[in-house]
Ligand binder design. Structure first.
Ligand SMILES: [Zn+2]
Length: 150
């Protein structure tokens, strides 16, 4: 049985090994499918050697570092495959940064990062899987990270 059931793409990105059930959250933080006119395919609960996983394929688009960091907060086991002319030219695991800057909004309304002259939000990684993060300024831990990604 082939591991990847969906058809190969010519150019673009395959996000593999997404935590099962989290593909739609990955799409949402990448603002897909609205942010592209290319084909986006989603496979959920795909069987793999290590249990189930979700897969997202985005044609004609490569992700920047900020987008990859967002994915790492939602699916810390994900791998990013860059495809050019049907070949995987780059493959790497997402890596949670020790500090998450400007990506997540603090849930504390009185936090300095939410003030009228806001400083950029800054979070410290508390644990990796599942990801837990704590605000650098007010020390509040953020639940529902996916809902708070900017
Ligand atoms: Zn805060």
């Amino acid at each position: 049985m082939k591991e990847l059931r969906v058809t190969p793409i010519k150019n673009g990105t395959v996000i593999d090994h997404i935590t099962p059930g989290f593909a739609l959250k990955v799409l949402r933080v990448l603002k897909l499918p609205e942010a592209t006119s290319s084909v986006v395919s989603v496979a959920m609960n795909v069987k793999s050697r290590f249990g189930k996983k979700d897969i997202v394929k985005i044609e004609n688009r490569e992700l920047d570092k900020r987008e990859v960091n967002k994915i790492s907060l939602i699916a810390p086991k994900a791998t990013i495959n860059i495809i050019r002319d049907y070949e995987v030219v780059e493959k790497h695991k997402v890596r949670l940064p020790d500090e998450i800057i400007g990506i997540v909004k603090c849930s504390n309304p009185t936090c300095i990062s939410n003030s009228r002259e806001p400083v950029e939000s800054r979070f410290i990684l508390v644990s990796k899987d599942p990801p837990h993060i704590k605000c650098y300024y007010c020390e509040r831990e953020t639940e529902d990270i996916a809902e708070r990604i900017i």
